[in-house]
Design a binder for this molecule. Structure first.
Ligand code: HEM
Ligand code: NFK
Length: 275
């Protein structure tokens, strides 16, 4: 076939494109590669792949929301953040499916996993970074993959969702300590009194600060769901492997319990006591 111009080529390609082509189903559906022939390994792989796909969309939304907040486009940011919470509900529900696997079933293929662990999920780390939890030591895992390391380093050095939200408080006229506004965003966010006072005022005069009030509640939705995910992970791990050590080298359930203590947006929680 001879094409007159680029548009024609494009139109012809589109006409012949199928459902499977568009969604790259050949590669997606050829990626459930079991190492054992145990029936439940398929479940294990699919749950992880589904979670990673949802994380990809969540990251896309959180990063766009960060930009929108920086540009004071609050309404669009709320839509994106609401979508993130909705995605989180999906991956929390996924634990129910995984919990249908018993300890005996998992132990039949666990050894095949070697030292692989969810600890190495770089999208999970990118999400934590975007939410302001900056654990530098995890970057080390990716040193052997320069491309990936660079992507993670960039996310590590960028301001998080809470940083841009605090900046929004300042833009609205709240007095925020300079040390918070110019903080080194490569560190995890730490509690600050001026931030607490500002959010308290937002919650006391919600009509005046409607956008900031809505933003705060969207952040609480996300942190709440993130904690639910962490909790379900910890409990599902406990029911499947008890207190065995993790393949990633951690203590296992003990480690996962400890991570539960971390707050992303601490003042949004403590204001509930002081309000
Ligand atoms: C039988 C199912 C599972 C077991 C027994 C399990 C076990 C563990 C353990 C013990 C750890 C601590 C690190 C280590 O020493 O390995 C861990 C970390 C992790 N797992 Fe799982 N896991 C399971 C399923 C999942 C699923 C479905 C996901 C979803 C993507 C996931 C994501 C993660 C992540 C992101 C971490 C790092 C958490 C952090 O550092 O805060 N895990 N897992
Ligand atoms: N850390 C798990 C292994 C595990 O769950 C895992 C192994 C390979 C790929 C993803 C995994 N999921 C989450 O940690 C364990 O200790 O049994």
């Amino acid at each position: 076939m001879v094409f007159e111009n680029e548009k024609e080529i494009h139109t012809d390609f589109k006409k012949r494109m199928t459902y499977g082509d568009y969604l790259s189903l050949d590669s997606i559906l050829a990626s459930q590669n079991r190492l054992s022939d145990h029936h439940d390994e398929m479940l294990f792989i699919v749950i992880h792949q589904v979670s990673e796909l949802w994380m990809k969309l969540a990251l896309h939304e959180v990063n766009a929301a960060i930009k929108a907040i920086q540009q004071e486009a609050y309404q669009p940011s709320f839509k994106m953040l609401a979508r993130v919470s909705s995605i989180q509900r999906q991956i929390i529900q996924a634990w129910d499916v995984l919990a249908t696997m018993t300890p005996s079933e998992y132990m039949e293929f666990r050894d095949y996993l070697g030292q692989a662990s969810g600890f190495q999920s770089y999208q999970y780390r990118m999400l934590e970074f975007a939410l302001g939890y900056k654990t530098k030591h995890v970057l080390k895992i990716y040193e052997k993959d320069p491309e990936l390391h660079k992507t993670l380093q960039k996310a590590y050095e960028a301001p998080g969702l809470y940083d841009v939200s605090i900046k929004a408080l300042e833009k609205e006229g709240f007095e925020i300590d300079q040390e918070v506004l110019t903080r080194d965003v490569r560190n995890s966010y730490e509690v600050n009194e001026s931030v607490q006072r500002a959010w308290e005022e937002v919650y006391r005069d919600t009509e005046r600060y409607w956008n900031l009030y809505q933003l705060a509640e969207k952040l609480v939705d996300i942190e709440d769901a993130f904690q639910q995910w962490r909790f379900r992970h910890m409990k599902t791990v406990e029911r499947i492997i008890g207190h065995k050590k993790g393949t990633g080298g951690s203590s296992g359930v003990g480690y996962l319990k400890q991570v539960l203590d971390h707050y992303f947006f601490p003042e949004l929680w403590s204001l509930r006591t002081t309000l």
